[in-house]
Design a protein around this ligand. Structure first.
Ligand code: BTN
Length: 243
């Protein structure tokens, strides 16, 4: 992965660029920029991406799989990134299902997995990774919820090393996933997961569900048990950890 790299100093969004080139791009193409002027997160939220301080990148994969498998790629990427942070910066992030990595309860990385697909087959999967690396401060509206590796570690962390580690890990887990399925990676995911066993509030398009997180399925679906004992399958939601 990352043999083909599209590097741009400034771009609206690497995700948007990746979408544009996905059809003709080779598998493993990486779109990476020093700055995004219109970076976006899940649910069309803006993603703050100041120059030279973070990792703003989108990886294009082309697995021969049905679209229902796409959410697993968010989980695979989360493990790849969590281990890269652990091995490069010596910090242990927590994964909050489905796509957040936290340090001391604040967001360090967000992952945005998007698809170009036919009804039965993925054409391209675009994994956007935004990591706060060397910011020394955040705008007021983010200060309480976001942090950077440099803030947590007390010194700058080399971005190139992190990118290399993420790609190397992704390559290993992607191959393992294609060969053996999600099982082995699921265990690693769970070793970083902060939300399992906790009481959560899941805000979904269909409404809000409160319950205890029992775990994730092989598909990457979150199982939430409400106070009446009913178990809900959560495919996509905003999660708040209640206790
Ligand atoms: C989230 O937590 O909501 C996901 C954030 C994803 C941000 C990354 S930065 C690189 C790529 N380009 C974008 O515009 N978004 C993703």
């Amino acid at each position: 992965l990352g043999k083909h790299v599209v590097f741009m100093e400034t771009v609206q969004s690497t995700q948007k660029e990746a979408h544009k080139i996905a059809e003709e791009a080779a598998e493993g193409t990486l779109v990476i920029a020093e700055e995004q002027t219109a970076g976006r997160g899940r649910m069309t939220r803006p993603w703050h991406s100041p120059k030279y301080t973070g990792i703003w990148m989108s990886l294009i994969l082309k697995p021969d799989l049905p679209p229902v498998k796409a959410p697993q790629f968010t989980l695979i990427a989360a493990v790849a990134v969590a281990e890269a942070i652990r091995d490069t910066a010596g910090l242990k992030p927590e994964i909050k299902w489905p796509n957040d990595l936290l340090l001391n309860g604040k967001k360090i990385t967000g992952i945005l997995t998007e698809l170009q697909a036919d009804s039965d087959r993925i054409r391209s999967i675009i994994i956007g990774i935004g990591m706060n690396v060397n910011q020394s401060s955040f705008p007021d509206e983010l200060a309480g919820i976001a942090t950077s590796l440099a803030i947590e570690k007390g010194e700058p962390v080399p971005r190139a090393k992190l990118v290399q580690a993420i790609l190397k890990n992704m390559e290993i887990y992607y191959a393992e996933y294609i060969e053996n399925g999600f099982g082995a990676i699921k265990e690693k995911w769970e070793s970083f997961a902060v939300s399992i066993g906790r009481q959560l509030i899941a805000r979904t398009i269909g409404g809000t569900i409160r319950g205890k997180a029992l775990g994730i399925t092989e598909e990457g679906v979150l199982k939430l048990q409400d106070e009446n004992g009913i178990i809900h399958d959560i495919y996509s939601a905003d999660i708040e950890i209640e206790q």
